[in-house]
Write a protein that binds this ligand. Structure first.
Ligand SMILES: Cc1cc2nc3c(=O)[nH]c(=O)nc-3n(C[C@H](O)[C@H](O)[C@H](O)COP(=O)(O)OP(=O)(O)OC[C@H]3O[C@@H](n4cnc5c(N)ncnc54)[C@H](O)[C@@H]3O)c2cc1C
Length: 370
């Protein structure tokens, strides 16, 4: 009997699966990948695309083309439910796919719960392709007058988005928007003080404001209302409040972790349904929760690839070992970055150059599959 391998999503965690799809087809598997769009955008270069450093075409993968070129089936659709007993994935279009082994890479989303009757445009920092529309919206509005932009969230993506809006306006000769970051309790709370200070100094130079000590309660009317009832008016709001795993698993009644990510054992496998695997932002890693970072999705690639095939072929599975720390480099716009790894902090141009090199190399590695 022909074995059916079904893959949901073609993001960071499925890149090695994509790179090895032709091999799977050659081994006689029936391989199908479902994704809601032909293209997948690489998030590491998303803020740079917003700032105009990269064109959208340079930072995206033509997933549909990669799958078809490998001789597999690409279905442009959206998985809405997994039935682990029938081993079936239900799609938004109403059709379904049966599997022998399933691998999920459905990522995460920015929760929109804060938005309640906003009369201004509100954008999430994910999915990355939305940043293309955000860029057009900023240019359109900021060409005519000085606009006010509110960024809700005090993490790394808020800093990257603020820096790249500044770059965008500066490069395009538009009026530089007044940016206010509503950072909650503290801005960049997970960063060492030296790193935080570097970012704060750069933002001060660019006249960007940071509101700390309280959280945004709602995005309503023409701005944001904070927990203490303060109203801040904006022309546009960006949500960078952190991400939550896709609700696909919870909606399917599958065992999930506290964040609703699919509960997986060290083999990146559902402990209850051994033919279901997952990786990236959409999992809750049983041994210890992992940061929602592409770095981990990328590190999981070889283990996921090995285990999907090993499960199909009855071979032993490999454990994923997350490793101790990770390198994080922010693109702060204007050719400047911030690199952190453990106790090491490096800022300015060198940090951006290293990031640009790493990101371009990653994209080039998989673009050859198109
Ligand atoms: C602005 C920004 C910048 C970032 N920069 C960095 C960085 O520099 N370094 C870093 O390590 N991390 C970074 N991150 C985090 C990083 O984006 C995520 O950790 C990473 O994308 C997770 O990869 P993934 O494979 O789990 O999901 P993704 O790469 O998001 O892939 C998920 C895919 O699944 C598809 N999908 C979703 N739901 C369904 C469904 N129901 N059916 C079918 N398909 C579906 C989506 O369309 C998408 O293509 C950044 C995040 C943001 C928002």
């Amino acid at each position: 009997m022909v074995k059916k391998l079904v893959f949901i999503g073609g993001g960071h965690a499925h890149m090695e699966i994509l790179a090895n799809m032709a091999r799977m087809v050659a081994r006689g598997y029936r391989v199908t990948l479902v994704a809601p769009a032909e293209y997948h955008y690489y998030s590491g270069m998303g803020p740079g695309m917003l700032g105009g450093t990269y064109l959208p075409g340079r930072i995206r993968f033509d997933t549909g083309k990669m799958v078809r070129k490998a001789g597999a089936t690409f279905i442009r659709d959206y998985a809405v439910r997994i039935d682990p007993f029938k081993k079936r994935v239900h799609l938004r279009s109403g059709s379904f796919l049966d599997y022998h082994v399933l691998s999920c890479n459905v990522g995460s989303r920015v929760p929109l719960d804060l938005v309640k009757g906003a009369r201004i445009p509100v954008f999430g920092v994910k999915p990355i392709e939305k940043l293309v529309r955000l860029q057009a919206e900023i240019i359109r509005r900021a060409s005519a007058r000085k606009i006010k932009i509110g960024i809700v969230g005090g993490g790394p993506s808020a800093a990257e988005i603020a820096g790249n809006i500044w770059q965008l306006a500066t490069r395009r000769g538009a009026r530089v928007p007044q940016i206010t970051i509503l950072a909650g309790r503290r801005f960049l709370p997970a960063f060492r003080e030296a790193a935080r200070r570097r970012v704060l100094a750069l933002m001060k130079k660019r006249n960007q404001r940071i509101v700390t000590g309280e959280y945004a309660a709602t995005v309503a009317g023409n701005g944001v209302i904070t927990e203490s009832g303060r109203r801040l008016g904006f022309d546009l709001v960006i949500l960078a409040t952190g991400v939550r795993p896709s609700c696909l698993f919870k909606d399917s009644g599958l065992p999930v972790g506290p964040d609703q990510g699919l509960l997986v054992n060290p083999f990146l496998q559902s402990p209850e349904f051994p033919e279901i695997f997952a990786a990236g932002d959409c999992i809750f890693f049983e041994s210890r929760p992992l940061p929602k970072l592409g770095v981990y999705a990328v590190r999981q690639n070889p283990v996921l690839l090995n285990n999907v095939l090993a499960q199909s072929e009855g071979r032993p599975l490999q454990s994923f070992v997350p490793g101790k720390g990770h390198l994080l480099i922010l693109n702060l716009g204007g050719g400047k970055g911030l690199l952190t790894k453990g106790r090491l902090t490096l800022g300015g141009k060198p940090a951006f150059i290293i990031k640009d090199f790493i990101d371009r190399r990653f994209v080039a590695k998989y673009k050859v599959l198109e």
